[in-house]
Ligand binder design. Structure first.
Ligand SMILES: [Zn+2]
Ligand SMILES: [Zn+2]
Ligand SMILES: [Zn+2]
Ligand SMILES: [Zn+2]
Length: 480
């Protein structure tokens, strides 16, 4: 079972960039005086803005000022073979990292490519074969017209994802119209409607192309007019959050929006903040739809890019955390927990106790502990952090709900005492109501909580009967 708990990075604080630059020039003067030679290699770090959330910007700026610090903190986080391989083999911002003929991993940048459409191959033999018998002669012109291999791939994946999402939403959207263009069928693409947020009744039905177009226009306008960072971030959120109910899209709709976002910004230069945000968004979307292997390669490519560019520790942590979630989904629990633990302690060190990032990292770490059946440690961790979440984020927060749910799951350890079982049932009953109200009954988290509540209640009801039935009921539940 996978807990959908990803972070969406946002734009960097501009005030922070200015501060970084000022301090950087001071520092530059200082090290120049010392005759330091490493300046040209380090300078690009500060020429770019990175998506540090406002409240962390000062601390992140301080950390970014000392490049060895970045190295040091990155080394603290264990790298998995995939992670390391991605760093080595993934060229700039490319998702197409395999030869289209033999599926071999492509070497960085120098790979053989079609001069016209930029499709890359492992070598001349595969390129020739693709042209002669692989249908490339027909495709080449179309790929070039679309804007190159990466753009063509992104467009194609978006169209596929739209078809899947529309199909999945078909029952829900029957007889409805798009709240943006007011039509049932999209005027240009002829696609149907979707809805996967917390909107109810007749609200919130839309075409994915309309949602994407709206997000694209709003972000472009904010960029062109150099609008306030807060506005920029609010507009960027349109790529993953419904503007009507303010809840994040989930499942296949989130995945299609990820491809829409990626296809919109794939042409941006490496180092453009929007490019890395779009890549992260796609990675999160892929995991939402259960495409974990694809998510792994996208997240690996994003991480490699951010490392190359010397992104802040905070951003690396965000991405590492998301990557750990993918390991977990792929049942690579030992790798997942190593990263989760490191991210948790680093977040606590950088952000302090009351930041959402720290709470999320604590919750994710506890969830990994549950996967490895280390229920006692998970319970201790959650008892420490849930009161903070309730106070700082409130009862209706998505994260507070998740944390209480993870705690209830830890309580339902097969060796649980009757008191634990009772406590779990009480918590589940409470958060089930809140989740239904806030997220809607169709939300994956609301459905998981409801399922667990039913099972836990059944286990409690069986307590007077055969003892083994309690254990069996709980065993069935915790191993789900
Ligand atoms: Zn090949
Ligand atoms: Zn070509
Ligand atoms: Zn529409
Ligand atoms: Zn909505």
């Amino acid at each position: 079972m996978w807990l959908a708990e990803r972070e969406s990075p946002s734009f960097a604080s501009r005030a922070c960039s200015k501060l970084v630059l000022q301090i950087f020039f001071l520092w530059l003067g200082f090290v120049s005086a010392l005759g330091h030679t490493a300046i040209p290699a380090i300078a690009p770090i500060f020429a770019r803005r990175w998506q540090v959330q406002d409240s962390y910007s000062r601390r992140a700026a301080r950390i970014s000022l000392a490049p060895p610090e970045i190295e040091k903190s990155c080394k603290k986080l264990p790298q998995s073979p995939t992670d390391a391989a991605a760093t080595l083999t993934s060229p700039s911002k490319m998702l197409l990292t395999q030869c289209p003929v033999c599926a071999a991993a492509l070497p960085p940048l120098s790979a053989k490519q079609c001069s016209r459409c930029k499709t890359r191959y492992c070598g001349p033999a595969c390129q020739e074969q693709h042209w002669n018998s692989g249908g490339h002669d027909n495709l080449c012109r179309r790929i070039k017209r679309a804007g190159g291999a990466e753009q063509y791939h992104a467009n194609k994946k978006f169209a596929e994802a739209v078809a899947v999402a529309v199909e999945r939403c078909a029952d829900d959207t029957k007889g409805q119209t798009c709240y943006i263009c007011t039509q049932a069928l999209h005027w240009k693409t002829k696609e149907g409607l979707v809805r996967m947020c917390a909107c109810r009744g007749t609200a919130g039905f839309a075409h994915l192309s309309c949602l994407a177009e709206q997000a694209k226009i709003l972000v472009a306008e904010a960029e062109e007019n150099n609008l306030d960072l807060k506005v920029l971030n609010a507009r960027w959120n349109r790529w993953h959050t419904c503007s009507l109910c303010k809840q994040e899209y989930h499942g296949v709709v989130r995945c299609a929006l990820g491809w829409a976002c990626w296809k919109t910004y794939v042409g941006r230069q490496e180092g453009d903040e929007v490019l890395s945000l779009a890549m992260s968004l796609l990675g999160n979307g892929l995991t939402q739809a259960g495409h974990h292997e694809d998510a792994l390669s996208v997240q690996g490519a994003t991480l490699a890019m951010l490392r190359r560019l010397g992104a802040s520790e905070y951003n690396l942590l965000t991405l590492q955390g998301n990557l750990a979630g993918t390991y977990e989904a792929l049942r690579r629990h030992e790798e997942a927990i190593r990263v989760r633990k490191a991210v948790y302690y680093e977040r606590l060190r950088i952000c302090g106790r009351e930041e959402e990032g720290t709470l999320r990292a604590a919750n994710n770490y506890a969830w990994s502990l549950c996967h490895l059946r280390r229920f006692e440690e998970a319970k201790t961790l959650m008892r420490k952090w849930i009161p903070v979440a309730r106070r700082v984020l409130g009862e209706s927060s998505d994260l507070t709900l998740r944390m209480r749910w993870v705690y209830a799951r830890a309580l339902l350890d097969p060796a649980a005492m009757l008191d634990d079982l009772r406590e779990a049932v009480t918590i589940l009953e409470e958060i089930e109501r809140t989740a239904r109200r806030v997220l809607g009954g169709e939300h994956p988290l609301a459905m998981l909580i409801e399922g667990d509540f039913q099972k836990a209640r059944a286990a409690l009801a069986a307590r007077d009967g055969d003892v083994s039935s309690v254990c069996e009921a709980m065993e069935a539940m915790t191993s789900a």
